[in-house]
Design a protein around this ligand. Structure first.
Ligand code: 13P
Length: 249
């Protein structure tokens, strides 16, 4: 099967105000030259509506950063997958390590959110990744495997599931795993996807995330079974995000 089409997504986390529209406009303008890669920005939910009007007619898609499992109801402060779709998102990140850490989300929670995303017609970007201690103890592959087995909804397709491997220790730290470690992990994730979803699993995108920058993007994105990136800090600046995505030409 042909390599999946590359995908570079920016996770803005809890950053961005209406004044960030200028940066989003720059991303949309630069995206027109990047025809070999799918591009997405996941702003805070407060900006989805505004950004939806900016990306209209462009190849840039919008994603959200989390969703509730239910479609509506008495859940003060939460946002459902249906609401995100209605606001202009076509995907939602679920199980980011910051949600797993600060909001105590379990694999079962992540799976339920992934199913909610599918119910609403959103693609779920499921995040997994080991801590520094887990890697030092030689448990990285096993930890990620367990996370995937618990987090990925049954019956997923290459259109409604993307996996993002984000080593917790690489997020926002400037550190990245060695290319050999990335290759080993992505190969292991691919194997698991293939064993669970057969040929469909060969077409699912596996993103790398954690301190991706213009200076290391070429090396990281050139690794086998790395089908793109989930970019945090560098996605807040149009020129950096576009330089990363520009690796795909
Ligand atoms: P950084 O690119 O800032 O390390 O963040 C990665 C990340 O958590 C993306 O979801």
């Amino acid at each position: 099967m042909a390599r999946p089409r590359p995908f570079v997504a920016g996770n803005w986390k809890m950053n961005g105000l209406r004044s960030s529209a200028a940066e989003m406009i720059r991303i949309v303008q630069g995206a027109r030259a990047l025809t070999a890669v799918d591009l997405m920005i996941c702003p805070p939910a407060t900006l989805l509506g505004l950004f939806a009007s900016i990306v209209e007619g462009s190849p840039v898609r919008l994603g959200a950063q989390d969703c509730h499992t239910q479609s509506n109801g008495a859940f003060t402060g939460d946002i459902s997958a249906e609401m995100l779709k209605d606001a202009g998102a076509s995907a939602v990140i679920v199980g980011h390590s910051e949600r797993r850490t600060y909001h105590k989300e379990t694999d079962a929670d992540v799976r339920a959110k992934g199913l909610a995303a599918r119910r609403a017609g959103l693609c779920a970007i499921v995040c997994v990744g080991e801590t520094r201690t887990e890697r030092e103890n030689g448990r990285a592959l096993a930890v990620v495997r367990t996370q995937l087995e618990g987090s990925i909804p049954d019956g997923a397709t290459a259109d409604n599931l993307v996996v993002a491997y984000e080593p917790v220790w690489a997020i926002g730290s400037g550190l990245t795993p060695t290319p050999a470690d990335v290759a080993e992990m992505h190969g292991s994730i691919r194997q698991l996807l293939r064993s669970q979803f057969a040929e469909e699993g060969a077409g699912m995108r596996i993103l790398y995330g954690g301190s991706v920058k213009p200076s290391n993007a070429k090396e990281l994105l050139g690794i086998a079974d790395v089908d793109g990136a989930l970019v945090g800090g560098a996605s807040l600046k149009a020129d950096e995000f576009l330089a990363i995505a520009g690796v795909y030409r």
